[in-house]
Design a binder for this molecule. Structure first.
Ligand SMILES: [Zn+2]
Length: 168
């Protein structure tokens, strides 16, 4: 088993679509930054990469690389999942907390959970989507996401002692 942790933040900007967890949410502001600014998918991607000690999202997908300008963050998540599978692991569960003042995430939580489930092939009942407002933090114009993942070794030989050669 391996645990992974990821954190991300993006600033709200007017005139761009708001995308969280792969879902477009109607709001007067979206999240700026390179790619589509999907703070939740970025935190989950970093948690997956961290669990297998892979380079982080900013190293794999540099913000200064024009290829990732406006990119769908599902691409980053897909690469992290590919690396997790290549390392011989599957994702058991994902938990996350969003911290933002608006919009309210509660009404969208099920849609976010279903979309993250589609993107990761993790069942919806193994995906936690929680949201809080930034009380006293002074981050009203930002969205912050924390995520943790738990990975299980797929290989059936995991945890077994190496078999000894029979004595001749
Ligand atoms: Zn990000």
């Amino acid at each position: 088993m391996k645990i992974g942790y990821g954190w991300d933040s993006h600033e709200f900007k007017r005139g761009i679509p708001l995308k969280i967890g792969g879902v477009e949410i109607a709001h007067e502001k979206g999240l700026g930054g390179h790619s589509d600014g999907d703070v939740l998918l970025h935190a989950i991607t970093d948690a997956l990469l961290g669990a297998i000690a892979a380079p982080d999202i900013g190293t794999l997908f540099s913000p200064s690389d024009p290829r990732w300008e406006g990119a769908d963050s599902a691409v980053f998540l897909g690469e992290a999942l590919r690396r997790v599978a290549a390392a011989g692991y599957k994702v058991l569960n994902i938990d996350s907390t969003l911290i933002l003042s608006t919009p309210k995430i509660g009404p969208h939580a099920n849609a976010l959970r279903d979309r993250v489930s589609q993107l990761t092939a993790v069942p919806p009942d193994c995906i936690g989507i929680k949201a809080k407002t930034p009380e006293g933090m002074g981050t009203e114009n930002a969205a912050i996401a924390h995520a943790v993942v738990l990975l299980q070794k797929i290989s059936t030989t995991a945890g077994r002692k190496p078999t000894k050669k029979p004595r001749s």
